[in-house]
Design a protein around this ligand. Sequence first.
Ligand code: ADP
Length: 223
Amino acid sequence: MKGTLIVLEGIDGSGKSTQYRRLCQHMTALGKPFHSVVFPRYDQDSSALVRLYLSGAFGTKPDDVNAYAASAFYAVDRFASYRLDWKPAYEAGGLILADRYTTSNACHQGSKLPDSELPAYFDWLYDFEYHRLELPRPDLVLYLDVELDVALAQMAERRRAGGGTGDIHEKDAAYLGQCLRAGRRAAAHYGWTRIACLRDGKMRDIEDIHEEIFSHVLLATGA
Ligand code: ADP
């Protein structure tokens, strides 16, 4: 028996955390049971290499650690999370809602590679995390698609409101643009479900985007 794993993905500033919180809130309000997982798990020992990397210990530019090495840092945190936290719930047939997953490696680390190298990287990542590490494959990945200027404005807004870590990923606008390129390539490569968050060049309302996300979740969970 296996559960259902649903992932929310998108570049920084796409509104992922906002939509994830709203989704969990809605599911809770309806009394639908689920298990929540949020990556990376900064408060856990298994994210030690991720924290070193994001703090700039290996270099202050994301490119100072190549896509494959950095992917491994994030993947081992997922391995620990699965084995120590949500494996029993998943194997009992439960619903797992994830804020980021292997999919974030595809966007963030894929950003370090040219288009010509992305298919090989995406195939390696899939094999590494889902076959070699034996992590569950998502049943549904909802990719929040935005434009770079909107993502940058939303990150600035979040910083003004006192959130965000300002780590080596978040400090680099050019890097975010590369994440957008890789994210769109990954969505096409893996067949993720795209949620267009902009309408007429402007961000749609939080609730409007949520309704679209929720309809996909209901379909995937057979509710
Ligand atoms: P992410 O987790 O993708 O980095 P967040 O969910 O933290 O993004 O959102 C970044 C900022 O944008 C936050 O200040 C949030 O309140 C705001 N935001 C998110 N979604 C919307 C939306 N649909 N419309 C307006 N502002 C939004």
